[in-house]
Design a protein around this ligand. Structure first.
Ligand code: ADP
Ligand code: MG
Length: 698
């Protein structure tokens, strides 16, 4: 069994090993060079690679190829072309050229562009990203690509990520050289994303229009049992779930995805999958594949996989913990406290850069996880609050204290830390507390960003983290490259940075009321919702950051801002319309039928003339009739509220704000009354599966 897995692992990937085997030596070398340096690929080399790739793909049963890309919808896109090429005599041969490998021209007019691509210029193009391996999925050779408008503006999630990896590489290498490191040629940002999801029965899913149209339940009274017994977390897997996980792993392994850990999560029917970390670029591609495969494999098992941030009210939502670090191509993790004082100075400098970055760009960290779905999680006492802060644990906190107070540092005890003299005790890994309430936690040798939502691409968060840390490393390198005494200057810089940015460090309970007050006192930003956060994306300092590091142009930023706002409003519109449809066509008629039944029962019983009061029937009739009237009124209110959105047609921000301030409250009112009716309506009359069914019948 073990042997089989090691054989099938990556069997559908055109990996380094395959390339080495299939490509002539000189071609392989030039491709490697391109992958390492990002230089342009010679067309002759591309032609040879294309032929080898096609032959390999045909062996794997592929008949088609596609440029696989990540438009700003948050999911992946593919357009399949077959390899066939007619020969004029009625025969076909299978062909694939270097040109087809390197560049594609999908019609881009139906992907979000935020005004970057005028509709008359529908063409966009996709360009091969040789740093992420091609793979065969369901009979198609998938070639990971970047997606741009015809003028070269990025229309996808991959392009900025690759740029952000370049800039952090450049700046981190400058620092490493200062510490005398001459062996590392590249610094890579690495990520391991822990993916949370729900699995429910597909037959029940199919009966819920809200799940089908919006990915979450828009109605649903609380079941008698939720997650209060805490009996699901790490619990034994149910048979169907376990079969699903087994097949999912196998599918992912074939695609070279390093799926590693799986377990039940806190909420009933909630689970998690974590891969072994890799570069941010590949991890992002793999996470997209993982989400896609989760849905497909679930379907084969009669299950539906829900990736929404909050499929159910009243139980935990789903996030995606983004474990981030920096690593050299020689395999050194730059956020691993070292064994010598020298290594520790280097560690503390990188650590300080992250602390400063997060403090100065709290807004970007919040923006990069802002979405209609994630608004249900952040700040709802089950996920980190909307306030960005960093957990460093007691041990590292000692260092902050020592620096602050100028006292002597003595291992775990508080005291002066003389950077470059002390060896940090090897404590951090074992003693870092798992403070689940912290949005951004140092966990021994990496930072765990816990705010991202379960459905979102991890590209955005990693673009931001890479960019802001690169910016701080750049400032550090500018200072230190000109310092007369490097050691003294490094010490001063670390101490000053940690002192100046101490306010962002918080090791306490992020859910508490006191933290809200304390954070305000410290001057930390508290952008509660998506519409509060998004406008800051185009603040001057953020435009400066992204343009200076060649990650976005100013017009790309404006377009992304538009797209994020539009997407927020569109999601809420779909949700509101779905609520209206379900309420009008299912819930109100169902309650009405039940009331009719109660009425006829009561009349019949009274007809018996036995002096019976039918108290139960009468009470339900009274209650439900009134509630149904209210529901009808709220449906009409909601409809009117949505109709008023027409007035904001040329102002995306005003529209989004209106959705938040007027449409959401109208939705909440309708839901409250519908849920109350559910609690009082006979099960057999209720039109769709309840929370109890969805969460426990699997
Ligand atoms: P947990 O107990 O939170 O699951 P793990 O150490 O198992 O902690 O790590 C969780 C995730 O962090 C995994 O996906 C793992 O691969 C990833 N991870 C570990 N080290 C690094 C690193 N240096 N860079 C990025 N991600 C990492
Ligand atoms: Mg974790």
């Amino acid at each position: 069994m073990c042997k089989d897995i090691s054989k099938t692992f990556g069997s559908m990937v055109f990996s380094d090993v395959v390339m080495k085997e299939k490509l002539p030596k000189d071609i392989y070398k030039s491709l490697q060079q391109t992958m390492k340096t990002g230089s342009d690929l010679d067309i002759n080399v591309a032609n040879m690679v294309a032929i080898a790739m096609k032959d390999w793909a045909l062996e794997k049963g592929a008949t088609h190829y596609t440029h696989w890309f990540q438009p700003l919808t948050g999911i992946t896109a593919e357009k399949h072309d077959s390899f066939i090429s007619p020969q004029g005599d009625g025969r076909v041969i299978m062909e694939f050229s270097g040109k087809e490998l390197i560049k594609g021209e999908p019609d881009a007019s139906s992907f979000p562009s935020g005004g970057l691509r005028a509709t008359f210029e529908a063409r966009g193009y996709t360009a091969w990203d040789p740093t992420s391996y091609a793979f065969v999925k369901e009979g198609t050779l998938c070639i990971p690509t970047a997606f741009c408008s015809y003028n070269g503006e990025a229309l996808d999630n991959k392009t900025p990520l690759l740029h952000s990896m370049e800039t952090i590489n450049d700046q981190a290498l400058r620092i490493l050289r200062l510490f005398g490191n001459t062996t590392a040629n590249r610094v890579l940002s690495t990520v391991g994303p822990e993916q949370e999801y729900f699995l429910i029965d597909k037959k029940l899913y199919d009966q819920r229009k809200d799940l089908m149209f919006t990915g979450r339940t828009l109605f649903g009274a609380k079941p008698p049992k939720g997650q209060e017994l805490e009996d699901h977390y790490f619990g034994a897997l149910k048979t169907r779930v376990s079969a699903f996980m087994k097949e999912l792993n196998e599918e992912l392994w074939k695609l070279g995805v390093l799926a590693k850990t799986e377990h039940n999560e806190v909420a009933p029917a909630q689970h998690e999958l974590a891969p072994i970390f890799t570069t941010t670029n590949i991890a992002t591609d793999h996470n997209q594949l993982t989400m896609e495969m989760m849905k497909k494999v679930a379907d084969r098992h009669g299950l539906a996989c829900l990736l929404h941030e909050k499929p159910f009210d009243g139980v935990n939502g789903s996030g995606k913990h983004n474990n981030w670090s920096l690593s050299t191509d020689t395999g050194i993790n730059l956020l691993e406290p070292g064994l010598s004082p020298h290594e520790n100075s280097q560690f503390l400098l990188f650590f300080a850069a992250v602390i400063k970055a997060i403090d100065e760009y709290q807004d970007l960290m919040r923006i990069t996880v802002a979405s209609a779905g994630n608004d249900h999680r952040l700040g709802a006492n089950e996920a980190p609050p909307a306030i960005v802060s960093i957990f460093v644990g007691d041990d590292l906190d000692c260092i902050f204290k020592s620096i602050d107070e100028g006292t002597k540092y003595d291992g775990m005890k508080q005291g002066t830390i003389e950077i470059g003299v002390h060896v940090l005790p090897n404590f951090i890994k074992d003693t870092t507390d798992r403070n689940r309430t912290s949005p951004f936690a140092f966990t021994g040798n990496k930072f765990e960003f816990r705010m991202p939502g379960s459905s979102q691409s991890i590209s955005g968060p990693n673009v931001v983290i890479n960019a802001i840390v690169a910016e701080e490393l750049k400032k550090f390198a500018d200072i230190l490259e000109n310092a007369e005494d490097f050691t003294a200057a490094t010490n001063t810089l670390i101490c000053k940075t940690l002192q100046d940015h101490r306010r962002i460090v918080f090791n306490g309970d992020g859910y508490s009321e006191e933290w809200q007050i304390e954070a305000k006192r410290r001057g930390l930003s508290n952008l509660r919702s998506t519409v509060d956060a998004l406008p800051h994306f185009i603040d001057e300092k953020n435009i400066k950051l992204f343009t200076e590091h060649n990650i976005f142009t100013e017009s790309e930023m404006h377009s992304r801002y538009e797209i994020m706002l539009e997407s927020y409003s569109k999601i809420l519109r779909i949700e509101a319309l779905t609520m209206i449809e379900i309420a009008k066509k299912e819930i109100i008629p169902a309650v009405s039928r039940y009331v009719a039944k109660l009425c006829s029962t009561a009349v019949s019983v009274k007809d018996l003339g036995l002096d019976l009061q039918c108290a139960a029937e009468v009470s339900f009739i009274n209650k439900l009739s009134k509630l149904n009237d209210e529901a009808y009124e709220y449906v009409n209110d909601l409809k009117e509220t949505i109709d008023k959105t027409a007035q904001f047609h040329d102002d995306a921000l005003a529209l989004a704000v209106y959705y938040k301030e007027s449409v959401i409250p109208a939705m909440d009112r309708l839901r409250a009354v519908a849920d109350l009716m559910e609690e009082n309506t006979c099960t057999e009359y209720w039109p769709h599966p309840t929370y109890g069914d969805l969460l426990f019948k699997i």
